[in-house]
Design a protein around this ligand. Sequence first.
Ligand code: GCB
Length: 595
Amino acid sequence: MLKPQANSTRELVNLDGLYAFKVDFDRSGHTEEWFKSPLQSDLEMAVPASYNDIFADQAIRDHVGYVWYQREVRVPRGWAGERIHIRLDSATHEGMVYVNDQLVAQHVGGYMPFSADITDVVEAGRSFRLTIAVNNELTRATIPPGKIVVTEDGRRQQTYLHDFYNYAGLHRSVWLYSTPATAVEDITVVTGYDGDTGTVDYVAVVLGEGRARASLRNADGVEVATAEGASGTLSIPGVVLWQPGAAYLYELTVEVLDDGGTLRDEYSLPVGVRTVEVEGKQFLINGEPFYFTGFGMHEDHSSIGKGHSNAHMVNDFQLLAWTGANSFRTSHYPYAEEVLEYADRHGIVVINETPAVGLHLGFGAVFGGIAEKTYVDGGIDGNTAASHRQSISEIVARDKNHPSVVIWSIANEPNASEEGAREYFRPLAELARELDPSRPVGYVNVMFDTPDKELIGDLFDVIMLNRYYGWYLNNGDLQSAEQALEKELRAWETKYGKPMIMTEYGADTMPGLHSLYAQPWSEEYQAGFLDMYHRVFDRVDAMVGEQVWNFADFQTSNGIMRVDGNKKGVFTRDRRPKAAAFALRSRWSTLNNRK
Ligand code: GCB
């Protein structure tokens, strides 16, 4: 799944900006065929952004169902004879794309790109009406799952068991692009090294007839290796490895030539040469023990919600660097591709997570409902599993070539102790490994599934734990929390003997609330809480990482546990530091990142 690019054989037009916008309150857009004429609405909506917080209208914010976007698009004159495609970097959670009167693409899964070849329905030099219907509904068959309930007075409400607001819309860019008839359709690279010789194994999928060749340039643009054919190995004498904190990228170019030697297509990809392995209780990058520091994050900002913004992204990365973080987890869904590209360029290590969050129906009780069994028909069942397989396949297809990505996290806090958990997860773990044998695979464990109850850890390479001793348990009593935490970590170490990462630990904190005492919600309590966890991590051998929950405050659904969202951020939602940010900066900038 190659990201579109402009080069000597391909063109790319960005379609971000303002679109006509209409909310389908009566669910009549499809029957009335809104795509066939200009949308009857005064509203305009910016792309990319979530629409929820833009209109000062509760009905739009709470809407469950489709919204419609529309604009005119002109196909460049010079594209005659090329294949023409439309690509959405995401549509949350379902996108239906119409070119004039015709449906050209439909995709379910809110955090992944999809595209359609529209060559046969558009014309170079002419314009067309682009209409996109976006649906925000979540059901037990989607990833993440959710459930729509109907109130007594007939309003439909979206419920879900994950702790972040169900922002929706066109969160990422929209593109029109061209490719030649003979084209590079996909590239997969796997890197390694032996001594100071690096290797880049590449496999290219080529559409149409042609002779493929590959070349590799170093960061100075000097060609260092070439190979003939659609697959092969490029050897790099005196390789410079991609290292955490010291990124180095080569550029791989795959070209396709016709019989006469004329270039038909080319595609270039940044490549970082590095290895990732699990050995005993250690997590190795380039053969050296790596210790993760950083955060679980969210794509979340005020006004734009989950919309990608390069300015906000750069600012978030700068704050990560300021705290001394060397990594983050894309909790709880794949982030925009720009984020991974940035991490590649800056040597930030990423745990890449699918949107499989909320697969624990016992959580209903926590959110004010009832605790249900998880692995039953109509619950997390075969339909959910089919979407989950799609999520795993797509995240690997999109992100397999990023050196920054070192672990696939295939789920966050599923029910891992109930009967049915093993049957559900075994094939999914196998699928992830089969699709990418080069990276460790894990899932993130919830506090209820302690090592005495948990059933699936042996299916994975790393143990990733979210723990809240001192917050949801032992609230306000860090001494008891410290003992309980250490006891549990030692039990995990004994049970599996695998590397362990604390993927979440944190305390809700009101900025500006101070206390001399161990008082939950105060800035001092948050800092003291983190400090306590760090003491314990430093005593447990198998711990190979700490990622605080969360990088910044973020929006959630309503509930008595949330005050305008989740306040476990070390930064506020507008990215001002709480006291804990300084404490982390002091630990992480002095901590030897290799324990
Ligand atoms: C968790 C979840 C995360 C929540 C967090 C919390 O375990 O993985 O999505 O936001 O706890 O703050 O409760």
